[in-house]
Ligand binder design. Structure first.
Ligand code: MG
Length: 450
């Protein structure tokens, strides 16, 4: 395992290389010492799920915790359980989200159901580095299997939408679960909402065959073809732990996450007038155009779903999310929620008509994304140099550097985990987006290679 235990997505690594049973045991003991009391655990469908869950659970019990095992369920279903059970002091999710099957990870959930704050992670990491004494034999913890977490999660999701309207609409969808944790909840959600579902990759057998579990356009070709072929109202896809959802239109077109964010924002603003929507600086200006037109305000944050969720709590936002399809509904819970995203999108289709027509009405922007290899020690100087070069322009330094032009913007962001520098260039004019992206790539590589 790298020097640092917690990355941007909890603890993650290749099984039996970085992510070993020994590491999981020690992480379990550290988390148990920090959280104490009753701790909930769940997994996605990876082959290593049982090994990592057993080791973490043993660690939790060794330091006296009572473990409540929810089995295989999506990350937001575990988070909802933690949030709604006051006697639970925290949660542990065994997942590597969209990463390939050889990976697994351990994600820590705070007692309010949100992703663990940095402070908590640092405390757990400090404990992890120490020898953690186990309890005497007669004060060790226990483990109990809990059933029904999937049902209560899905019932809560349904209570937040106009379920009667959806039931009466006679919708048909194609659902791609990526053979992940969604297999346990999303078919149930659709059934309860009276939606006919044709499933793809809905077999939770652990190896993610079918396609890689990152819900990108390239990985969802089967879903796109089938949605069009069977004339479904929607195609729906999740990542491995079902905190994210992306959609495919009736015509088989992939709908990027920021388009879902814009369409659902519009729907939310129709009921909660003048509300605030929170999204990272990397999201398309298309979202802001739609939100402004619907009478709302956008507040931007740094990239990362816990940051978006915490800002939403702070400013009492009505909705928020990321361009990768991770959307957050505060009336339900302050974390990305794949099932809630589906329920709300179904509501949008019932209220406003076919998805492709809604998408066609959105403002069109082009984004050009680039990665430049950049040693860590040059990142700060490169940012400072870009800032100096464009000091006449409007600049937003929330995360990296966002430089505004009359016809678009550039976002230059050093990666926090890899020796690369990311450049996003957006404009309503595709050529401008590409040319400006190239210009900034040239500036960056010129500096790095000088
Ligand atoms: Mg995920």
């Amino acid at each position: 395992m790298a020097e640092k235990l917690f990355g941007t997505n909890g603890v993650r690594g290749v099984v039996n290389e970085d992510m070993t049973a020994d590491l999981a045991l020690q992480v379990g003991k550290a988390m148990g010492r920090y959280m104490r009391g009753q701790v909930v655990i769940a997994t996605d469908t990876r082959v290593s799920a049982e090994m990592i869950r057993s080791a973490v659970s043993a660690g939790l019990m060794a330091v006296g915790c009572k473990v409540l095992d929810l089995g295989v369920i999506p990350t937001p279903a575990l988070q909802y359980f933690v949030k709604t059970h006051d006697y639970v002091s925290g949660g542990v999710m065994i997942t590597a989200s969209h990463n390939p099957p050889q990976f697994n990870g351990i994600k820590c959930i705070a007692s309010d159901g949100t992703e663990m704050h940095k402070y908590g992670e640092e405390k757990i990491e400090a404990l992890y580095r120490q020898v953690i004494p186990a309890n005497p034999w007669n004060t060790i913890g226990s483990i109990e299997k809990v059933i029904g977490a999937a049902d209560s999660y899905i019932n809560a999701v349904i209570s937040n939408v106009d379920s009667n309207e959806i039931r009466h609409a006679g919708l048909k969808v194609v659902l791609d679960c990526a053979n992940g944790a969604a297999c346990r909840t999303t078919p149930l959600l659709l059934q309860k909402l009276g939606v006919v579902a044709i499933t793809l990759n809905a077999d939770p057998q652990g190896e993610f065959p079918g396609h890689p579990s990152e819900p990108t356009e390239d990985n969802l070709q089967d879903l796109m073809t089938l949605t069009k072929f069977v004339k479904a109202d929607l195609g729906i896809a999740h990542d491995g732990d079902a905190d994210r959802t992306v959609f495919v239109s009736q015509k088989g077109k992939y709908i990027s996450g920021d388009k879902s964010l814009a369409l659902i924002s519009k729907n939310e603003l129709s009921e909660k007038k003048g509300g605030v929507i929170v999204t990272p600086v990397s999201s398309s200006s298309m979202v802001e155009d739609v939100v402004k037109e619907a009478g709302g305000t956008v507040i931007y944050t740094a990239v990362g779903s816990p940051i978006v969720a915490r800002k939403m709590m702070e400013v009492k936002a009505i909705f928020g999310g990321e361009e990768n399809g991770g959307l957050i509904f505060p009336e339900h819970q302050f974390c990305r929620d794949g099932a809630m995203t589906i329920a709300k999108m179904l509501e949008c289709v019932v209220k406003y008509g076919p998805l492709h027509k809604q998408v066609d009405a959105l403002p069109v922007y082009y984004v050009n994304k680039r990665k430049v290899p950049c040693p860590d020690d040059k990142k700060e100087t490169l940012l400072a140099m870009m800032k100096a070069l464009y000091n006449e322009n409007k600049i937003d330094a929330t995360d990296g550097l966002k430089i505004f032009f009359d016809d678009g913007w550039i976002l230059a962001r050093p990666s926090g985990t890899e020796p690369i520098f990311r450049i996003f260039s957006e404009s309503k004019d595709e050529n401008v987006a590409i040319e400006r992206g190239q210009k900034f790539e040239d500036i960056a590589s010129g500096f790095i290679n000088a």
